[in-house]
Design a protein around this ligand. Structure first.
Ligand SMILES: [Zn+2]
Length: 690
């Protein structure tokens, strides 16, 4: 087992910073997009355990073009047939390399290799020949055994040779040549020596303002804090002659994990171009990540010129080509970076999106969002990815998912109640729940698809003239309260202050019961009717809102009218008389009154299910249970309902079927006078609740 060094200073010497007292870059900002060079197919590829084959490179190249890269380092042609042949295939296949895209290839400073490299490009429109030579004492001495003078001479000689077979050679077969020289290990080199070499190389190449030479200044190995790299770049930019004929390029590696910072500070220090790879693949810890750099600019309001609006498909290609997964916490691209698990984060994000919605913000409006520096939509992420629910999550995230999947705005109390149900489930499963699972849990918990214990078979609500009007005295029946709405024109309000009578047939645990009750409104009338059965619930909280559903109500039939259906969602919290226990019920229906009735039945079902006797079938205290075999007018309806195919589709399809039939029955059974009252009553209930 290795032992820890007591004093690492003997083994590792501190990096000696450049003395640049007059540095300007700290007060600069990045306000322009650099030239990008994607070196995935060269620097990235050469670092892979299992390098890409020709087909993978081919697909990767096309992706880079599609994303918008104009300078692409495609190969190291002298390294072997794979890279050479790939370069030839690019050059000779018509239409693959757009006219404005530069193909860049790398070669060491050896004449025969330069020759082969240049040959690989014959027939291309725009080509960058990239030569490199190490300039650090470490590499010169240990790796190559060369002095400064020898290094410089070799750089000049190879540049001259390169020039003679490229831009000076009319038969080179390339329309436009550019030249890039990298003093490899730049950041570990003596800056004066680097300048000396680059001046000599520049003189050998003779660039112009129109066709500048590219000096690529790599942190071949990242060895210092990014500010020191920035100092080195500023020193170079200030001291190289004919700066206007030079493109200063960066090539930061990520050994200390600061490549992105180094590239950004070095741009502030005057660099014009950045070389890197998508998601930072490359030797050891990788090259600088071009995705992060581009999206860092994007979130500062500067379009990087690269299109990452479908980041997932980029990730797909990068992962399959490199055979290296993107880390879940990778900036921008990681699976988890637009997700929030913690309750407080979810709550904040939900509020942020709500505020955006409330202010009718468009996609272009200023992005102000807690915890999310980037609109996930801008990189092709959906809301589902944003808020994830595990045992750490709170009501906010759960409510958000219900809002997005079912369009329901849960009242706070229901958020708390339902998040407890979710928490139980995540604890039980020991994993996070997917949005769809949460939706289903909600539908199940509040009986939106199917109420296992209660079915409303048939009902009528009539005005009860048998009692005198009951002034609203702190009633809990909220449907009665807001009666400020004006009467419809030409209509009197004969029944405004009269009580409502609920008469209906309700199915509980497979048995139908005839129930009746009177209350201040439809809801309290049903509550009273249930009370008569021994289900004693008080309504403690009532909320409702409308839902716009696209193309709803048509049973999903093609060609039907594609309007928007408005439905009402009702949330009712009930307390059982004499108990502290509270239950929530949820109802959805086109008719707001029926929606509230369903909500009450949903609560009643939850109440029954939560009783210790569960799942013993409910037996009412006082039963008007109908004898269904006795040929009552309702038995036919019941058969019809039971015989109907289970759609299992629409949340309330079955209940709706019941109700529609109930309405028919209502009309058949009602006397003329009653019928008129009923209609008035129903409409008025609606108006009152709306
Ligand atoms: Zn590199």
């Amino acid at each position: 087992m290795a032992t820890r060094l007591k004093d690492p200073s003997k083994k590792y010497r501190r990096f000696k910073p450049l003395d640049l007292p007059n540095r300007q870059w700290p007060s600069k900002t990045i306000d322009k997009v650099p030239r990008w060079l994607a070196t995935d197919l060269r620097d990235g590829n050469q670092s892979l355990v299992d390098p890409m084959d020709g087909e993978q490179k081919w697909r990767y190249f096309q992706m880079l073009v599609k994303l918008g890269y104009k300078e692409i380092e495609v190969s190291f042609p002298s390294s072997g047939p794979t890279d050479y042949d790939f370069t030839r295939r690019l050059v000779t296949t018509p239409g693959v390399v757009p006219d404005d895209v530069w193909l860049q290839v790398l070669s060491p400073c050896r004449k025969e290799l330069i020759r082969r490299t240049v040959d690989s490009l014959k027939g291309s429109k725009k080509a960058v020949l990239h030569l490199y030579l190490a300039t650090s004492p470490c590499f010169q001495q240990i790796v190559f055994g060369m002095s400064n003078e020898q290094s410089k001479a070799l750089a000049v000689e190879c540049t001259k040779y390169a020039r003679s077979i490229t831009k000076d050679d009319p038969s080179s077969g390339v329309e436009e040549w550019a030249y890039e020289f990298s003093p490899e290990t730049f950041s570990d080199s003596n800056m004066e020596f680097v300048l000396e070499v680059c001046e000599a190389v520049k003189e050998a190449w003779e660039p112009s303002e129109k066709q500048p030479i590219i000096f690529n200044l790599p942190a071949t190995v990242e060895m210092s804090t990014p500010n020191i790299y920035a100092d080195q770049i500023e020193f170079f930019c200030r001291n190289i002659s004919e700066r206007e004929k030079i493109c200063v390029s960066l090539h930061p590696h990520n050994d200390r994990g600061c490549a992105v910072a180094a590239a950004e500070l070095a741009q502030m220090a005057g660099a014009d171009r950045v070389e890197g790879t998508l998601f930072g693949n490359g030797e050891r810890t990788g090259n600088v990540d071009l995705v992060t750099l581009a999206l860092n600019l994007y979130t500062q309001g500067i379009h990087p010129g690269i299109d990452f609006s479908d980041l997932n498909s980029v990730i797909d290609i990068v992962e399959t080509s490199n055979k290296i997964p993107i880390h879940p916490r990778q900036p921008y691209g990681g699976q988890l970076v637009v997700c929030a698990f913690s309750g407080s984060h979810q709550d904040a994000i939900k509020k942020g999106f709500q505020a955006r919605e409330d202010s009718k913000a468009t996609r272009e409006d200023p992005w102000v969002m807690p915890y999310l520096p980037l609109d996930p939509e801008d990189i092709g992420r959906t809301y589902e990815a944003i808020i994830r629910v595990n045992s750490q999550s709170g009501k906010g995230g759960v409510a958000w998912i219900i809002k997005r999947t079912l369009e329901l705005d849960l009242p706070r109390g229901l958020q708390i109640a339902f998040s407890k149900i979710v928490q139980r489930e995540t604890d039980m499963l020991g994993r996070e729940l997917l949005p769809n699972e949460i939706k289903e849990l909600f539908v199940e918990a509040y009986h939106l698809n199917r109420n296992p214990r209660f079915g409303l078979v048939d009902y009528t609500i009539t005005t009860d003239r048998s009692v005198s009007p009951n002034p609203a005295t702190g009633t809990t029946d909220q449907t009665q309260q807001p009666a400020q709405q004006p009467q419809p024109p030409g209509r009197t309000a004969p029944s405004r202050n009269l009580r409502r009578k609920f008469t209906g047939v309700i199915e509980i645990d497979g048995h139908e019961h005839h129930i009746e009750g009177v209350g201040n409104g439809a809801l309290s009338a049903l509550a009273a009717a249930l009370k008569n059965l021994g289900i004693d619930l008080d309504i403690a909280d009532y909320k409702e809102h409308s839902i716009e559903r696209r193309g709803g109500g048509g049973g999903g039939e093609e060609g039907g009218p594609k309007g928007r259906d408005t439905q009402a969602a009702t949330f009712i919290e009930c307390t059982a008389s004499g108990q502290a226990q509270k239950v929530w019920g949820v109802g959805i229906h086109e008719d707001v009154v029926q929606s509230s009735l369903f909500a009450l039945l949903s609560a009643a079902s939850s109440f029954l299910s939560s009783r210790p006797s569960t799942p013993v079938p409910f037996r009412p205290k006082r039963s008007n249970t109908l004898d269904l075999e006795a040929g009552s007018p309702l038995s036919g309806l019941r058969n019809e309902v039971e015989g109907a195919p289970e759609s299992g589709e629409d949340t309330v399809a079955k209940l709706e079927a019941h109700v529609e039939r109930g309405e028919q029955a209502e009309q058949v059974n009602g006397t003329g006078e009653e019928k008129g009252e009923q209609v008035n009553g129903t409409r008025e209930e609606k108006a009152r609740v709306d």
